[in-house]
Ligand binder design. Sequence first.
Ligand SMILES: [Zn+2]
Length: 286
Amino acid sequence: MSTLSRFLLLLLCLALPLAGWTKTEEQVVSSFTIPNEWVGRVTAHKIIHLPLIPSGGELHGYSISAADTRTLTKAKLIVGINPELEPWLAKWAQANRREKDLLWLYPAPLPSGSHLWTVPAEVKRMITRLKTGLESAGVETSEDALGQILMEIESTERDVRDTFARLQPHERQFVTQHPGLENFAEAFGLKVAGSILACSSAESADPSAKHYADLLKAIRTQKVRVILSDEGQNPAAAQQLAKDAGIKAPTALSFEYLQKPGTPGDTWATMMRLNARKLAEALQQP
Ligand SMILES: [Zn+2]
């Protein structure tokens, strides 16, 4: 082999892994941890995928940082749930002419700010839509992996249903810190009796005096015994409401993000089971 051929062969050997490397550079950026898990689950090969808002971060009222802009600029595909839930992402995509690279998993108008990732039937539809969207963006996905995650969702749904099965009819209602769990409640035979905040985008705002009085009245007349607070958020309003209503201290749940890897609730399935267990326990306690 001539020196030139050897040199060319060497170049080829160097270039091949490099080509492979650039392929894995394809980034899929999701708004938060939950859709990010789904991206990782349905893609066939290891791709770079990350959430903008990390575990523990607040989805509502989020604003994009300079680092986020750099991440989004590099992204091949951007994944969000719904423009009403992530208006900051919709605005960014519009301002930066990246709307064609933004995949909404639930593009239709939302039923009152609902957190549809807590409803198994919706999750199955969103993940199926995600797989199609990834394929259209040139990211390889796996039919087997999709089948597996859809089965996992169904078994999670059965477990959550079983967890709530033992609850009596009068033990099935609760007040939430912010709206969003109505469809979850409906899917599992529960009822949201009211929410402390009028809308989910005003996470830190205090309820008005009238809203507070109405809520207190609803708790008393409907004999509600459980108030939920949002894990990681200030529970002061929820604590005050529980005190004024003369019921037990609020139960902190987190349907808003996955926990840090390696801790309970670090996947959609374990998050759902963990929340269901905590909620069922709270609803059963006097
Ligand atoms: Zn929320």
